[in-house]
Design a protein around this ligand. Structure first.
Ligand SMILES: CC(C)(COP(=O)(O)OP(=O)(O)OC[C@H]1O[C@@H](n2cnc3c(N)ncnc32)[C@H](O)[C@@H]1OP(=O)(O)O)[C@@H](O)C(=O)NCCC(=O)NCCS
Length: 185
């Protein structure tokens, strides 16, 4: 069960728009969000341009390099899930996710990522999704493992963080492994 399980919260996803830039920028600046992520602060204007460029990306038309969804809890923007490094030749992509501190530990991240994977692994779409996370990021590891991701190994000294270079675990999930037997979503 995820934290207080938050089963009473309705969790939905929608595509991120340029108008989400200010909120996303504020999340990116939060210490709790940055603790385990090598995340540079991005000014709203820069994020707005980036989200604007995503407009033409689509899982329906095999187009784009990055797609970001906003996760909403009871209709309130509560975080984001993104597929990036999308490679349409090999049909693989990298998964990233962040949930705002107020919405954490209520199953919002798990349910938001589940909905993105439901779309990503639709017929003829993405075959492999990978994700990496700091070896001390227990929340991220539990979320990924609950959804069936397999740990493939350790990426040593992958990123430079204020506390020093950090090892990350690499995870992957294949389309034929989705959905997991008991995702609880
Ligand atoms: C990682 C993150 C997205 C998880 O989102 P969430 O909505 O809080 O997660 P959920 O409530 O869906 O819980 C998922 C699992 O993680 C566990 N979990 C959540 N927060 C946890 C914490 N702080 N410590 C340990 N386990 C935690 C839950 O118990 C659940 O495990 P279970 O299914 O075995 O019970 C969120 O903590 C976050 O945004 N962190 C900061 C950004 C970040 O690290 N992003 C990931 C980068 S790789």
């Amino acid at each position: 069960m995820s934290g207080s399980d938050g089963a009473d919260l309705e969790v939905t996803i929608r595509r991120a728009h340029a108008s989400d830039a200010t909120l996303m920028s504020s999340w990116r600046g939060m210490a709790e969000v940055r603790r385990f992520q090598p995340m540079v602060p991005l000014a709203p204007a820069m994020l707005r341009r980036r989200l604007g460029r995503e407009g033409g990306a689509s899982l329906d038309t095999d187009s784009g390099y990055r797609i970001t969804w906003i996760v909403e809890a009871d209709g309130n923007a509560a975080g984001w899930v993104a597929l990036f490094n999308i490679n349409w030749v090999h049909r693989n992509a990298t998964l990233g996710f962040t949930i705002a501190p107020w919405a954490q530990r209520q199953g919002v991240g798990r349910r938001g990522v589940t909905q993105v994977l439901d779309r990503a692994f639709g017929p003829g779409r993405i075959r492999r999704v990978e994700a990496d996370c700091d070896v001390d990021n227990e929340a991220s590891q539990r979320l990924l493992e609950r959804l069936g991701f397999q740990r493939e190994g350790t990426l040593r000294a992958l990123v430079a963080m204020p506390q020093g270079r950090r090892d990350f675990y690499l995870y992957s999930l294949l389309s034929e492994e989705w959905p997991p037997a008991a995702s609880g979503s």
